[in-house]
Write a protein that binds this ligand. Structure first.
Ligand code: SME
Length: 152
């Protein structure tokens, strides 16, 4: 299976799971679980926008992370401020990178946009440098759009 097929399977599985009558945070946790298991990511999780200036930890899979991130800071805060996906080949070269753990070397952060407002970011860390590419970006943006739709 190539990466596109792996994401297609996750998209199908997550779409079906979204029909379950459970709280939104469970849906978000389900997506983290599906992604982490399939791709052996180091960490997968959501940071939720709190007011105008902050992101706070939401559902996640992996080690206990940083809880609070200022919008505009780090990879997550940059994705939220710029409302655009950040694909970071080498986290150590990213200005203001926030190291919650020593292991990751690459990262992707996708903002969840509702009517142009960032309501959350989905953050994924990988231990390899240069892990994430345009395929990850395309499918993670599609998956985040499903989450935004569910939150509405
Ligand atoms: N590295 C992120 C912080 C969150 S952790 O990766 C879980 C950042 O720079 O925003």
């Amino acid at each position: 299976m190539n990466k596109t097929e792996q994401y297609q399977n996750i998209y199908t599985a997550f779409s079906a799971l979204l029909k379950a009558p459970v709280a939104d945070y469970v849906h978000m946790n389900n997506l983290c679980a599906l992604l982490k298991k399939e791709f052996h990511f180091f960490w997968v999780g959501f940071y939720l926008r709190q007011g105008e200036e902050n992101l706070q930890i939401g559902p996640y899979q992996g080690e206990v992370p940083c809880f609070d991130i200022k919008i505009g800071k780090g990879v997550c805060g940059t994705a939220a401020a710029e409302k655009s996906t950040q694909v970071v080949a080498d986290v150590h070269a990213f200005p203001g990178y926030i190291a919650c753990h020593p292991e990751p070397n690459s990262e992707i952060v996708v903002p969840g946009l509702n009517d142009g407002n960032c309501v959350f970011v989905l953050d994924i860390d990988h231990v390899d440098k240069n892990y994430f590419d345009a395929v990850d970006q395309e499918w993670l943006e599609k998956l985040c759009a499903l989450v935004v739709e569910k939150l509405n």
